[in-house]
Design a protein around this ligand. Structure first.
Ligand code: PAF
Length: 290
């Protein structure tokens, strides 16, 4: 596996592959890799000849008032590197902060996707999605991949990325990969390690509550507000501090209406020191005749 820190070296290598007619896939990550990330790498291999993984803990997407979230984000470079070698990755790009943001990351050009960036997680983490969209756009310009792969666990992030990719005309196909779960249903996340043993035992309740809501909707129940408030109550009973639990239209995350068939149920909730997010996409029969 090639290991590259500099943008100029990355560009040189990628253009050699391009000249040889090879297709390139990019998997952007913040490291601390788990089975969910390796699933992204797996999905990247199909449509491409070369797989590039980036590891960069992006300060622009962390909140200033985040209680040291950026500083405490788990960094496990050596074990990440080994996993990527074992999984046949061609190139690991791991730029330093000065390489990515030579002029700092505060007063620089940013990618802002209006509307969708300000709701749900965007409401609780202001400017988070500006940071995500900006860094991913920079990676797209550096690597110029044919495809880029992201997890559906970060459902809102995936929609933000699809939006700016289309609207800014990046010639990149965005591939979403289904959430990878632990045996008890908890979505894999680097943040799960913030859970104590006791919290980890309770954490899968988030998935069970999502499933219960999904079953109610699938069985034809239409009182979405009642489903949402029952779910919030269940999460509180299980010791969570919910930020939101909501049923939305799958394609733009606006509140779901009676005749929307493609839905997604999304939740964010704190358990101890860990902020967990999860979602369940759902296709239901139209309840209003068209
Ligand atoms: O999902 C993540 O790990 C990050 O938000 C991403 C897409 C790598 C951007 O920093």
């Amino acid at each position: 596996m090639l290991m590259i820190e500099r943008i100029a070296d990355l560009r040189r290598q990628v253009s050699l592959w391009r000249q040889a007619g090879e297709r390139i896939a990019l998997v952007p990550t913040m490291g601390n890799l788990h089975a969910g990330h390796l699933q992204l790498v797996d999905a990247a291999r199909g449509p491409a000849d070369r797989v590039v993984v980036s590891i960069f803990v992006n300060p622009m997407q962390f909140s200033d008032a985040g209680g040291g979230d950026f500083e405490h984000y788990p960094r496990t470079f050596e074990s990440d590197r080994k996993k990527l070698v074992e999984n046949g990755v061609d190139l690991l790009f791991f730029p330093a902060q000065e390489e990515m943001y030579p002029a700092g990351f505060k007063d620089v050009t940013q990618v802002q996707v209006p509307g969708i960036s300000d709701i749900l997680c965007g409401e609780f983490r202001p400017r988070h999605f500006v940071g995500v969209a900006t860094v991913v756009a920079k990676f797209f310009n550096m690597v110029q991949p044919d495809v880029a792969v992201f997890g559906e666990k970060d459902y809102q992030q995936l929609l933000v990325i699809r939006r700016f990719t289309g609207e800014l005309c990046f010639p990149v196909e965005i591939i979403g990969v289904a959430t990878v779960r632990e045996a008890d249903g908890l979505a894999m996340s680097s943040r799960n390690q913030y859970l104590s043993v006791e919290e980890r035992r309770r954490a899968a309740a988030l998935y069970r509550v999502l499933q219960a809501a999904s079953e109610r909707l699938a069985s034809g129940e239409t009182d979405i507000a009642a489903i949402e408030s029952a779910a919030i109550a269940c999460l509180k009973d299980a010791g969570f501090r919910p930020e939101y639990f909501t049923v939305r239209r799958a394609y733009d995350l606006q509140p779901a209406a009676m005749d929307d068939a493609e839905l997604v149920i999304l939740a964010a909730a704190w358990l101890g020191e860990a902020r967990l997010i999860d979602n369940l996409p759902l296709r239901r029969q139209c309840t209003v005749p068209v």
